[in-house]
Design a protein around this ligand. Structure first.
Ligand SMILES: NC(=O)c1ccc[n+]([C@@H]2O[C@H](COP(=O)([O-])OP(=O)(O)OC[C@H]3O[C@@H](n4cnc5c(N)ncnc54)[C@H](O)[C@@H]3O)[C@@H](O)[C@H]2O)c1
Length: 256
């Protein structure tokens, strides 16, 4: 199998894209750490993986707020204690804050930046010594709005744009170690996060139609379709690819 014997950490693995990716990693033979601040959901996903075919990799649920340095350190230690090493880090956890800039409080700004961006810095800082040993790789979750912007989503867009820039910078720094760093940029993916954002729009029904129409392929992505792109970047299938921000967007970046 493509990821046989690998060890992967998936942040935000208790829901949506993280859940689908953790399950796909395991089905390809990896052992997966499901890192999420929602302990019940992390446990659910880990249990579901562990009930899958015995030939698959296993899963371990770790409760962690990845914006906390102390909790990230503990998460990495738990991973090493459980599985011994780290090959793949998928930095996926994030939250949305769909508000105009003038309506955002300083506390909301700081919290969103911490959850979406500081978490990526912390996870890489504490995982890279292990990833370097195995010449592994890092996949960061960005978004199409980090490339193109999005109305009424300035802080979230700023975090995703920063993740794209940081991915490219780190790809340069870690290339000498044989460690690749890439990110993916989905448009609409039907998950609790997107449903939450839709629910906060003035006209949710109209918003769903706008979402569908912005993808030339005529629909939002499924979580499994995004997971397949993550596996591509995390596996040897993309062995000569580093520093890319890959749109996985049904053509939405062609002009929405
Ligand atoms: N759904 C979309 O349309 C879409 C589009 C582009 C990019 N993305 C990105 O994909 C990623 C996953 O989004 P999703 O739609 O699957 O969302 P989701 O809400 O379904 O899942 C996010 C998970 O992250 C966890 N999480 C959030 N903050 C955390 C923290 N500080 N510590 C630990 N866990 C935390 C949540 O508990 C949840 O389980 C995010 O980075 C998001 O920005 C999503």
């Amino acid at each position: 199998m493509q990821l046989q014997g690998k060890v992967a950490i998936v942040t935000g693995g208790g829901s949506g894209i993280g859940e689908a990716t953790a399950k796909l990693f395991a089905s390809l033979g990896a052992n997966v750490v499901i890192a999420d601040w929602n302990e019940a959901e992390a446990n659910r996903v880990a249990n579901e993986i562990n009930r899958m075919q015995p030939a698959n990799g296993g899963a371990y649920a770790a409760k962690a707020d990845v914006s906390s340095e102390q909790q990230v350190k503990h998460l990495v230690q738990q991973t090493i204690t459980t599985y011994g090493f780290i090959d793949i880090l998928f930095n996926n956890a994030a939250v949305v804050l769909p508000k105009e800039l003038e309506d955002i409080t300083e506390l909301e700004w700081t919290r969103t930046i911490d959850i979406n961006l500081k978490s990526v810095y912390l996870m890489i800082k504490y995982c890279i010594p292990e990833i370097r040993k195995n010449r592994g790789n890092i996949v960061n979750m960005a978004s199409l709005n980090g490339l193109l912007g999005q109305r009424q989503n300035p802080v979230y867009s700023a975090t995703k744009g920063a993740i794209i820039a940081m991915t490219k910078a780190l790809a340069l720094d870690y290339a000498k170690d044989g460690v690749r760093v890439n990110c993916i940029c989905p448009a609409g993916v039907m998950t609790p996060l997107l449903e939450d954002w839709i629910g906060q729009q003035p006209n949710p029904t109209e918003t769903i139609q706008v979402l569908v129409d912005m993808h030339p392929l005529g629909r939002c992505a499924s979580t499994e379709e995004i997971a397949r792109a993550v596996v591509y970047l995390a596996s040897d299938s993309s062995v000569f690819i580093t520093g890319v921000a890959l749109p996985v967007d049904g053509g939405a970046s062609l002009g929405y």
